[in-house]
Design a protein around this ligand. Sequence first.
Ligand code: GDP
Ligand code: MG
Length: 604
Amino acid sequence: TAPELIRNFCIIAHIDHGKSTLADRMLQLTGVVQARDARAQYLDRMDIERERGITIKSQAVRMPWAVQDDAAGDGSLTPYALNMIDTPGHVDFTYEVSRSLAACEGAVLLVDAAQGIEAQTLANLYLAMEGDLEIIPVLNKIDLPAAQPEKYAEELANLVGGDPADVLRVSGKTGEGVEVLIDRIVRDVPAPVGDPDAPARAMIFDSVYDTYRGVVTYVRAVDGNLSPRERIQMMSTKATHELLEIGVISPEPHKTNGLGVGEVGYLITGVKDVRQSKVGDTVTSAHKPATQALGGYDDPRPMVFSGLYPIDGSDYPVLRDALDKLKLNDAALNYEPETSVALGFGFRVGFLGLLHLEIVRERLEREFDLDLISTAPNVVYDVTLEDGTDVKVTNPSEFPGGKIKEVREPVVKATILTPSEFVGTVMGLCTDRRGTMHGMDYLSEDRVELRYTLPLAEIVFDFFDQLKSRTRGYASLDYEPQGDQSANLVKVDILLQGDQVDAFSAIVHKDAAYDYGVRMTAKLKELIPRQQFEVPIQAAVGARVIARETVRAMRKDVLAKCYGGDISRKRKLLEKQKEGKKRMKNIGSVEVPKEAFISALSSD
Ligand code: GDP
Ligand code: MG
């Protein structure tokens, strides 16, 4: 297709404002998906996406659309090719959004007509503006009785500049206004520009591993042309591969004779290792390579770490293999082996946020049939010792014990949008979480934008849930990294009979240390079975004990239950006890069932 007839666009929106539903409707209206094949959230291919109703991975689909050619004046139709990239809306997946944006010239900014602008509407809009995309503001869900299109068209027009009358109104659900929107995309989104005669350059914006086809690489062609059977080169590594197949997705893969300027499609080289096909890299032709790579993307940096352990220790190799496979499809995933006294062999895994953690864990359990336990998540701390040495701590049990000069923790710039009646509540929550306020603006009479600096550690746990429950679900949150700050943080250790249980160490603010200690010791007391001797459970900061509980000694052994006589019953009991012992972990001389750790670490 000639570049003048191509339009590359994405849909950006706050979560739940209806991107995936609108995408479905467009697929149907353009005839790419027949009504009888349509299933909700067609592009959300992972089961987990469909069940949770969220989009995790970006997807790109090509759709044909014919528009009447006004210049010709004879009613003839001009066929366009639209490439639509559906993007995720959650903060954890911002890096997926910026990749999709780099492959587009335009963005449909979708806003729920019953909700108005939310925090991620703003965040995504700013990303699109930085990428110089043409923005098409659209109100969605106008079929809802609660929709207030007049009010929010004005809000949206104020935000992007322009007339409220130019804000399109659609319903992804009923299809109303969607054809007009597609026409508007053709009219307003600029055609891609590139040099068809220059050496080929295509940007990799995603790559996935397919069991049958090996690595499938998604690209946006910028210059030149890539064709099947030619040798291609990855510009960052200079590695060359033969192009076995090239094509477009519409909505299933279709082979084509090549990809030219502005086109979006996929490449297959038969390579099995996704690391050969790095997102952000530029693909060029091996016999006539380009000299300058296209600007790539920053590698996403993990913000939250957690230990992942198989509940059955013999699953460790399966877990390692599963992580390797997931990593191919999820550039943000980072991991290295770790061992824990309590939990055995596992991995310390870096995530973008808590939702990312949950999703990775769920995918591992589901797609690889693993049972896993994850330790309490923590952020990365920078510790400077008195002697000037710097230590990066991604695991609380590695927090240095020596003389500490300073501990620095990551902070984020948070934007919270809330109805004005909840401003006081939201400010209270942010203060509790050690936030500093930087500003407050009224977007309209009844909606307020609050800006805070907050420690990331305070956000990663239940901040979002708290925010939602305290504002009856009305507030929304977005945040981005904003460097770090010095803080009064301490490590709380949990000791069983004087021995430290590594999986329970936590780095907390000094003022919260006591609470953590009391909570963990109480919880463990419930979970640890009585032993032949008394077991003290202590929480300590350095050498100072801040909380203590005791598991009292057991008085009788198991056999005391059988009054003499029945020898086979006794044997059974002894065997059962032995069985149980296998699953016991020894912390010093204390035997603790693995299940106890697991339930103590499970979220409460
Ligand atoms: P996404 O998170 O932006 O991809 O949003 P979804 O497309 O998953 O939609 C979120 C929810 O809003 C789902 O329950 C949809 O059925 C609903 N929804 C989406 N578009 C419309 C619409 O135009 N009208 C109505 N009434 N509901 C919609
Ligand atoms: Mg979606």
